[in-house]
Design a protein around this ligand. Structure first.
Ligand code: NAD
Length: 497
């Protein structure tokens, strides 16, 4: 069986003799395809040493050279992204089109980072005081660790590493052990693009590797994406160890549908954003908040569309693939049991499934619940599966209150043709990313991605201007070039004249 090992200092490391391993499984067939080595603290330290050693050379590499390498990386990625999509589908299970989509969204961040010479420009003030000039620069932090989840094996790492590398940092990526091969592929692509060895390293592993990254003094920043409890742990441990941390957590995204909305558009959006990637998206819509008067009609439209979806192996042109593991499929199914037991109305039961696939894949059909209340576990918990819950409310105000009372604040959407209502929603909703007649509002690369409340710990969002900010620190230089007419002793606090 093939073994995937770590990428350190520009080469594929042989798995150390004392390694622990995890199986990599194809979720569409249920078969183990290969295994991945899980790094010990010592192996993780090797990657940290490589990144630490490469840092001085990379930070002093000219912006012209850095952006050339980024351009080359972008060209290679664009040309060969079909290979990467096939890897993602084989380990995550999402359909090929969807895998291509996530790569394209990641590629946008690479394209944004190609403009790093412009993004890093500082300010300059001539004659701030007489013959005294002031300018500001932004400098890289050092070693940046990125810890990513299983659900976007390419896009989520690309939210961070193009910005980190462009700004002059060196990187250690610790991808999810459930879908690790994409990281290796992207590392090899960097080498082909001409990135010096040690600037981009990949360490595979679990808590042991993460804890080493969180505590080693040579690591300067942590960018984490994953579930909320782990995000909280990473934020607390990383900051206690003096690191700059951005930790993006889980989500429960609501879509509010007002009576004047185009209900066909809203139903299409609910199905696309609810069941795309089998609901394993941090921006998936999992709760539809419908005003009573249109709820029956909306639920009927969603159910009618959902019944046409083809579930199966992502390589066969199906609409929805499997869940990532058997354990996750069973957990999602247990939430469906709990919703039924709690008295929600089961409109479509996804536990009975006849997928278009060979073998024993981890499939569920889309599930639709109506009349869900806010105390049911299908509403309070992030399910991360193809389960859509409809909550009925009496008014627009009640809809806003429901969404604002939820502890997560990642994404939300409103469907309406009333500009005033949309504007009020945008203004009052306590969520970081808002869609208006758009169901998955993942911001463009020149904005920044991030939620509020339990969906993000730290104060900086990913990529865009905030990404540049996160991976650099500012310095202000005040200078005076010798002028014989100035000088002399003055022990008072410097004042400008
Ligand atoms: P996860 O929290 O299980 O794992 C995320 C990362 O943390 C992985 O690299 C994993 O190896 C590591 N990890 C797991 N347990 C750990 C522990 N005890 N100590 C230290 N590290 C540990 O998340 P997942 O199941 O891979 O991904 C799904 C979650 O990610 C969902 O909650 C989803 O909402 C969230 N997510 C959020 C965003 C966002 O932008 N906010 C984006 C994508 C995914």
């Amino acid at each position: 069986m093939q073994t995937l090992s770590h990428w350190i200092d520009g080469t594929n490391l042989e798995a150390p003799a004392d390694s622990r391993f995890a199986d990599i499984t194809n979720p569409a067939t249920g078969k183990v395809s290969s295994r991945v080595a899980l790094a010990s603290a010592a192996t993780t330290e090797e990657a940290i040493a490589s990144a630490h050693t490469a840092f001085p050379g990379w930070r002093d590499t000219s912006l012209a050279r850095r952006s050339q390498i980024l351009f080359t990386y972008r060209e290679l990625l664009n040309k060969r992204k079909g290979e990467l999509a096939a890897i993602i589908t084989a380990e995550h299970g999402k359909v090929l089109d969807d895998a291509m989509g996530e790569i394209s969204r990641g590629q946008e961040v690479v394209e944004y980072a190609c403009g790093i010479p412009h993004l890093l420009k500082g300010g300059y003030t001539e004659n701030a005081s007489t013959k005294v000039d002031v300018h500001s620069v932004r400098q890289p932090l050092g070693v940046a660790a990125i810890i990513s989840p299983f659900n976007f094996p390419a896009m989520v790492p690309m939210w961070f590493f193009p910005m980190a590398i462009a700004a002059g940092n060196t990187v250690i990526l610790k991808p999810s052990e459930k879908a690790p091969t994409a990281a290796q592929w992207m590392a090899e692509l960097w080498k082909e693009a001409g990135l010096p060895d040690g600037v981009f390293n990949v360490v595979h592993g679990d808590k042991e590797a993460v804890d080493t990254l969180l505590t080693d003094a040579r690591v300067n920043s942590i960018s984490f994406v994953g579930s909320t409890p782990i995000a909280q742990y990473v934020y607390a441990t990383g900051t206690a160890n003096g690191k700059r941390v951005q930790a993006l957590g889980g989500a429960k995204n609501h879509m509010l549908v007002l009576p004047d909305a185009d209900l066909d558009l809203a139903a299409d959006a609910a199905v696309n954003a609810g069941y795309g990637a089998a609901g394993e998206r941090c921006m998936a819509i999992s709760a539809i908040v419908a005003i009573d008067s249109i709820a029956d009609e909306l639920v009927a439209k969603i159910a009618e569309r959902t019944a046409t979806l083809r579930v199966g192996d992502g390589t066969r042109g199906c609409d929805m693939g499997p869940l990532v593991t058997a354990a996750h499929r069973d957990k999602v199914a247990s939430y469906i049991d709990a919703g039924e037991a709690a008295g929600a109305t089961m409109v479509l039961d996804g536990r009975h499934v006849d997928p278009d696939a060979e073998g024993e894949g981890f499939f569920l059909n889309p599930t639709l619940f109506d009349n869900v209340s806010t105390d049911m576990s299908i509403y309070t918990d992030e399910i991360f599966g193809p389960v859509l819950s409809v909550l009925r409310v009496g008014s627009f105000d009640e809809g806003i209150e429901t969404i604002n009372a939820n502890p997560f604040g990642n994404g939300t959407a409103i469907f309406t043709n009333d500009g005033g209502a949309a504007r009020r929603f945008e203004n009052e909703i306590q969520v970081g990313m808002v869609g208006i007649n758009v169901p998955i509002p993942v911001p463009m690369a020149y904005y920044s991605f991030g939620g509020w409340k339990n969906s993000l710990f730290g104060d900086t969002h990913a990529y865009g201007a905030e990404g540049v900010q996160f991976f650099t620190r500012g310095k202000v230089v005040t200078s005076r070039w010798l002028d014989p007419s100035h000088g002399g002793l003055n022990l008072g606090f410097p004042q400008n004249s």
